[in-house]
Design a binder for this molecule. Structure first.
Ligand code: UDP
Ligand code: MG
Length: 139
């Protein structure tokens, strides 16, 4: 079933570099409503579970290391066509390939440290949102 929600994380590099406010402003300006939001610090176990689909990939160890090295901002966002529109707003995984004006083009350092997460399907948006938030934290 199609939904109008997606899930995002502002990754540790975004918080370290002080980009939190600027990225949230881009998200607001693009018309997303914040359904849930919090600052949290993922444990190794959290990151391994969240990214389990990538566990066989060569970059998995580095990805877990990166995602656990500092706090993140996790959020559920709402808008028509949220999953697809948010992927457009963040740009390609590799910032060198990301379109001008996208969040990754503006704020990501590399394919590994790429500033933000965006769900890739409605199904994963629901799973990822529920990973970080209980029903009573969604508004
Ligand atoms: N990643 C990486 N090296 C790669 C591909 C991905 O370090 O070659 C990291 C990067 O942080 C990326 C995350 O793993 O955002 C998840 O990869 P995915 O292919 O799902 O990219 P995304 O959906 O985040 O654009
Ligand atoms: Mg992905």
């Amino acid at each position: 079933m199609a939904t109008n929600r997606t899930f995002t994380m502002l990754k540790p590099d975004s918080l370290e570099k002080g980009y939190t406010g600027a990225i949230l402003e881009k998200i607001n300006a693009a018309g997303f409503r914040i359904v849930a939001m919090k600052m949290t610090h993922m444990t190794k176990r959290d990151a391994e579970a969240f990214y389990a689909v990538h566990s066989e990939r060569p970059f998995f160890g580095e990805l877990v290391e990166y995602m656990t090295r500092g706090p993140i901002v996790a959020a559920i966002l709402e808008k028509d066509n949220a999953v697809e529109d948010f992927r457009v707003l963040i740009g390609a995984t590799n910032p060198e390939e990301a379109a001008d004006g996208t969040i990754r083009k503006l704020y990501a350092a590399s394919i590994g440290e790429n500033a933000v997460h965006g769900s890739d399907s409605d199904e994963n948006a629901a799973i990822e949102g529920a990973f970080h938030f209980s029903g009573r934290e969604m508004f």
